[in-house]
Design a protein around this ligand. Sequence first.
Ligand code: FE
Length: 200
Amino acid sequence: MPDAMHIQRRRTLSGLLRATALARLGGPLAALAQTRTLPPTPACGAPASATVEQTEGPYFKRNSPLRLSLLEEGLAGERLLLGGRVLDTRCQPVAKVLLDFWQADAAGAYDNRGFRMRGHQFSDATGAFRLDTVLPGLYPGRTRHIHVKLQPPGGPVLTTQLYFPGEPGNRGDGIFSTDLLVSMGRDASGAVATFNFVLG
Ligand code: FE
């Protein structure tokens, strides 16, 4: 039976590992992440309903790298900053939620051999997340979308997809949901998409 001290040690160790992993995100990536600013999160009104689940599709891969930016040398496409918060149904932030993103590149292709356009991160103490990427390209049969899996500590996995307003392909896509539309804005570097996930 694990005693309290054992549990405390394990917690400390996992905290250290997380701190080490985040430290590795420093340098150019951290600098890049700080060059762009997301709009403030709107205030919470009535209790929010949980974010709807969607199919993961055929291209999910386990063990994506821990990173806040999918940008890399030579990557084509329009820069996109995707951010927001993870909240519970009472609009309280949920920290340390694993968010695992994967998407097509600007040409509509998934990398199924390596991990281009794939990465995971954890929501911070305010539930916030932010991903530097490019607008996903189109591929046959689907409208523009980004895939994501979310998992709070010790909780169930929520698999879903995010969509973009004003896309001609939204109408004809049988999986598309208006509940999963991001809010779009722009800054000097490109498009800024905001979405708040709600965990039930
Ligand atoms: Fe897809």
